[in-house]
Design a protein around this ligand. Structure first.
Ligand code: HSE
Length: 376
């Protein structure tokens, strides 16, 4: 592809943290594969950071404009705004402003999508803008695009997933490394860049609940909020509960589930024993996995690293390449499946809080407070 002949996609990036820094580094590196697959030349046009004085080990060329505020970034001369600042309020205002002034948007922000995804997608669709968020679930592991696109023609019956890398790293490290404590495993996950700035979002299950909302909105077309998800984290899991499971060939994992049963959507995040023979029971370390049961295509399993700067930046670049392909092809509208969920809550209600059906415990000793899920 001839670089000189290519039109340009100008990118405004909010946030140069662990993920944003890697996105910027790769956009500035002409040898990164994204530049070969994008039909438009990808140009980092502007950035906005909370602390411009902070050393980041990243040399931005003079051509990159430093926006002083998020409002300035939204209004910068760009085609697409990439939101990597996290949180709901400021990020939501940025995304809404960017759509309002005619930008496409890429975000990795699961909290924002869990709280405002359908509304923002409807806003984007009405404005003829794109809103892509591959990184919000599974980081760079292609999950959203598969559900949106390839499985968009299927009826989903249930989604079960290990969608938080930090807790999976903690639980599998405690199982594999004798004597490792919860605190040591969490410290290691933080040092590796997996944990949220506030790791209670990981260990108390809220990050997984936000990701489950994004998945349920896509798979079931319902406006699902974190408060609809019965959420229990792993803080109170004991080493002996993990080891007891192992003795019975069960992996203790933080399992997120959305299941359509009797016309009701049941949503839960909780520690559960999963048979080691089930694909979700074989995920160790930061690996995430999703088991999607569809009426037409049967059970689909997706798996890959679910956190970390490089995996997450890969998800963001895949979205940028997608924007470039659509815009280069002259797309003026794009049906955003997330927008279909706006205002639709018919499958929710009290039933959303009900416990999910459990597989029978394989031994009386495990018949405690932790359920056994996903019989093999
Ligand atoms: N803290 C998150 C996790 C990062 O551990 O999965 C990726 O969303």
């Amino acid at each position: 592809m001839s670089g000189a002949a290519r039109r340009t996609l100008r990118i405004a990036l909010a946030g140069l943290g662990c993920v944003g820094g890697k996105v910027a580094e790769w956009l500035l590196d002409p040898s990164h594969p994204v530049h070969a697959v994008s039909p438009l030349r990808l140009e980092l046009a502007a950035v906005c950071v909370r602390d411009p004085g902070k050393a980041r080990g990243l040399a931005l060329p003079d051509s990159v404009r430093m926006a002083g505020t998020l409002e300035e970034l939204a209004a910068a001369d760009a085609d697409v705004v990439v939101e990597l600042i996290g949180g709901v309020d400021r990020a939501g205002a940025l995304v809404a402003a960017a759509i309002g002034v005619g930008r496409d948007v890429v975000t990795a922000n699961k909290a924002l999508l869990a709280h405002r995804g359908p509304e923002l997608a409807a806003r984007a669709e009405a404005a003829g803008r794109l809103l892509f968020f591959e990184t919000a679930v599974g980081a760079g592991t292609p999950v959203i695009d598969v559900i949106e696109d390839s499985l968009g023609v299927c009826r989903v019956r249930s989604v079960h997933g290990v969608v938080n890398g930090t807790t999976n790293f903690i639980l599998s490290s405690m199982a594999e490394r004798a004597g490792m404590t919860f605190g040591e495993a969490l410290a290691e996950a933080s040092a590796l860049g997996y944990a949220e700035a506030d790791p209670s979002l990981d260990v108390d299950g809220h990050d997984a609940a936000q990701k489950l909302c994004v998945l349920a909105q896509l798979c079931f077309g319902q406006e699902v909020r974190p408060e609809d998800v019965a959420t229990t984290g792993i803080r109170h899991v004991t080493p002996s509960e993990i080891l007891d499971g192992l003795e019975h060939r069960l992996a203790l994992r933080l399992l997120a589930s959305a299941e359509l049963r009797d016309g009701r959507l049941r949503l839960a995040v909780r520690p559960a024993y999963i048979p080691r023979t089930h694909p979700l029971g074989q995920l160790n370390g930061v690996r995430n996995g999703l088991w999607i049961d569809t009426a037409e295509a049967g059970g689909i399993f997706l798996s890959g690293p679910g956190a970390g700067a490089e995996s997450s930046a890969t998800g963001v670049l895949s979205d940028l390449a997608r924007v470039a392909r659509l815009r280069a092809g002259g797309a003026t509208a794009w049906p955003l499946r997330m927008a279909r969920a706006k205002g639709r809550r018919g499958l929710l209600g009290a039933a959303a809080e009900s416990a999910l059906g459990n597989a029978p415990a394989p031994s009386p000793r495990l018949r405690g407070r932790i359920e056994t899920a996903l019989a093999d």
